[in-house]
Design a protein around this ligand. Structure first.
Ligand SMILES: [Zn+2]
Length: 132
């Protein structure tokens, strides 16, 4: 789907700033906000940092993006909004793992350990690697 249509389908106006940021996310896949700000400033020096934060929040709220915290405690934005798992490499890159069987197995195994009246909201496994 075209970026413009994708943003509109999420109920947002496809402003040039939103399109530029979404385009960056499509290129990089996973990215901390500092890198997005640095990239957007190259093409759109007029865009403020607070605008980037607002846009990223709106993208997450409308389900265009997902976010998670890496092993260093940094928020990473993710172009893949649905439930999936990650391998965080030694170079701090992220590889998506889409494995519904693994998620289903985890759900089954921990179901009885959940607090009463609560259900699983999201499962996200993060596997880290190191050089051999
Ligand atoms: Zn991901």
């Amino acid at each position: 789907m075209e970026i413009r249509e994708k943003i509109k389908a999420a109920g947002l106006k496809a402003t040039p700033q939103r399109r530029a940021i979404y385009e960056i996310m499509r290129e990089v896949g996973h990215c901390p906000i500092d890198d997005i700000i640095a990239r957007i400033k190259e093409e759109h020096p007029d865009v403020t940092i607070s605008t980037v934060y607002r846009i990223m929040d709106s993208f997450c709220e409308t389900g265009l993006l997902n976010k998670f915290v890496n092993t260093e405690g940094k928020t990473i934005f993710d172009i893949t909004p649905h439930e999936h798992h990650h391998i965080q490499t030694a170079n701090n890159e992220f590889i998506d793992i889409e494995d519904k069987t693994l998620s289903a197995l985890i759900k089954k195994r921990i179901l009885e350990k959940l607090p009463e009246g609560e259900e699983i909201d999201n499962i996200q496994i993060q596997i880290t690697t190191k050089a051999k």
